[in-house]
Design a protein. Structure first.
Length: 560
């Protein structure tokens, strides 16, 4: 029977117009679970229960999957199981047992800012394929002024048909704003964090059936692409599933412009807290910390929820790869490439939860939502600054004999502030910044659910630069340093034919940046940079001049 279904489905796809994108929901069984590692690059796997796999696909993906000759069964789409009541009445929506129309959602978000202008602003990060807005509510006690405090981010419904988190995030925004000043826990978080909440990450998918209904919602964006398989991947490179979608680019730009210490991405179709890695079988450096934080989320839920809620896999938590491999997921992107800490939280087995069940799911989860946010304020924190000017530095904060796979964090360049979330213990941390000598601080003790402050001053390398004023050179050039070999100082000549932005940096043989001799705009001229390597060991080093349209690298040797 299943092979007959397979044949009919394939004939349907083959005879359809590929100019119109379709989305399919189906299930199949695999005897060898390792096959999932290949299939995850072809179709969008939604859940794996034993040897049974639930997945979504567009036309092209289903055609590629069909080549494996695996029998499968088409399933009703989650958004077609029953009609969902909608509302655009502001008062009715505040009962939290309706889904808003798209226009009502936009109105609700803007009303949060208009009613609480000192605490909330709305950031429109960009527009989707079909022109809908990707909105963030930003909440802080001084919301219009950048402060030296951790940035935290929640977003939901990147899969457009997984909408429990959509309503829970709207309600969380309301909860934070209405309880500020009366609830000590909420007040402390709003006073000491910058909180970004994006209730609807894929509005084109959620309102695929039109702006007035979530009936007809689907997983993909308007181009038929799974946004949670579209991010750069630590294992599979920058484009694991093809070109970046407009929504993916919007999020990547937002994440680059901010410094999110911790985040979570809400989904549905299961009930479990999923932590990194999704793409690798090996464990994250902070695997024990992840387990503790996720265990706290699920265990708190169990106290307030009905029996059986959020008990999937390891009683409500799972390592991502141990469940099934995902390539191109946002969780690994944020954790690996942006040096943050992100989980994927599956809030309900039913993707489009009946509206009447939404208040109960809020009651199950809201304490855990607040507890998870609170973790962004714990661990080791402090500032990294230049010891001479006291200017804040962007510095790498590396936990020795611990950090692997991009687990290190960075201070921000605005305040020099860093946040290293980590399990209780005693650590040695090395702080390093271009143009400065590194510093290691030993015996840093961290207690769970508390903050240890370590402020660091880094001494700059002794570097001098002069412009000899001998006319204007005709072209860019990077001279060989002299003397070479050298000890302890050497001079590097650079010709700059026009005012331009340049970088001149020193690297060791592993490619690690040792010093930054220039990083900014210089006028035309002949420059001499003096590099002093008093505290560096003997060895081979490289220096590189980079401008817009010119790049050159040369080798130098330090002998002591």
């Amino acid at each position: 029977m299943k092979r007959f279904i397979l044949f009919i489905a394939f004939v349907f796809i083959s005879s359809s117009s590929f100019s119109e994108v379709h989305e399919y929901y189906f299930k199949f069984k695999v005897n060898d679970l390792s096959l999932i590692n290949n299939l995850t690059k072809i179709i969008s796997i939604d859940n794996v229960i034993g040897n049974e796999v639930y997945a979504f696909a567009n036309d092209e993906e289903l055609a590629a999957f069909s080549k494996y000759n695996i029998p499968y069964e088409m399933l009703p789409k989650p958004s077609e199981l029953y009609p969902v009541e909608m509302s655009d009445d502001p008062q009715q929506l505040l009962e939290w047992d309706y889904y808003p129309t798209y226009d009502a959602y936009i109105t609700m978000m803007n009303q949060f800012a208009s009613q609480y202008p000192a605490l909330c602003k709305i950031v429109n990060a960009g527009t989707t394929v079909q022109g809908r807005a990707i909105l963030f509510a930003v909440i802080s006690d001084n919301v219009t002024t950048p402060e030296a405090e951790p940035q935290f981010q929640y977003s939901s419904s990147m899969h457009g048909n997984e909408v429990t988190g959509y309503i829970l995030m709207l309600r969380l925004i309301n909860h934070l704003l209405t309880n500020y000043g009366t609830d000590p826990k909420v007040t402390a978080m709003v006073n000491n964090m910058e909180i970004w909440i994006n209730p609807l990450a894929n509005p084109d998918g959620t309102y695929h059936g039109g702006n007035n209904t979530v009936n007809g919602a689907w997983r993909y964006n308007a181009n038929g692409k799974d946004l949670n398989r579209n991010f750069p991947d630590p294992q599979d490179g920058p484009h694991p599933t093809g070109a970046w979608e407009p929504e993916t680019i919007i999020y990547m730009n937002l994440f680059s412009a901010n410094h999110f210490v911790m985040s979570a991405n809400f989904h549905g179709g299961a009930e479990v807290v999923n932590y990194p890695w999704d793409t690798w079988s090996r464990l994250h450096a902070d695997d024990s910390w992840w387990i503790r934080v996720c265990r706290q989320y699920a265990d708190t839920v169990h106290v307030y929820a009905v029996a059986g809620y959020m008990d999937d896999l390891n009683n409500g938590i799972t390592n991502g790869y141990a469940w099934y491999r995902v390539a191109g997921g946002r969780q690994d992107y944020m954790t690996y490439f942006k040096h943050g800490r992100e989980t994927t939280i599956e809030l309900s087995n039913t993707m489009i939860l009946p509206p009447a069940n939404l208040p109960a799911h809020w009651n199950y989860n809201y304490r855990s939502l607040l507890n998870y946010m609170q973790q962004a304020m714990y661990g080791v924190t402090g500032t990294v600054k230049d010891s001479v000017t006291l200017a804040p530095l962007k510095a790498m904060v590396f936990t020795n004999s611990h950090d692997i796979d991009s687990a290190e964090v960075y201070s921000d360049s605005t305040f020099g502030k860093y946040y290293r979330l980590i399990l209780q213990g005693t650590y040695s941390i090395t702080y390093s910044s271009p143009g400065h000598y590194s510093k290691t601080v030993n015996n840093i003790f961290v207690k769970n659910d508390s903050t240890t402050t370590v402020n660091v001053l880094l001494r700059p390398f002794p570097v001098s630069v002069t412009n000899n004023g001998a006319g204007t050179p005709s072209e860019f050039s990077l001279g060989q340093n002299y003397p070479n070999p050298f000890n302890p100082a050497t001079t590097i000549n650079v010709s700059i034919p026009k005012e331009t932005e340049i970088t001149l940096k020193i690297y060791d043989v592993t490619g690690k940046e040792i010093s930054s001799l220039a990083d900014g705009i210089l006028k035309a001229g002949l420059y001499k940079f003096t590099f002093n390597a008093t505290e560096l060991p003997s060895g081979v080093y490289f220096y590189k001049l980079q401008t817009d349209g010119f790049s050159d690298t040369k080798k130098m040797v330090l002998i002591k």
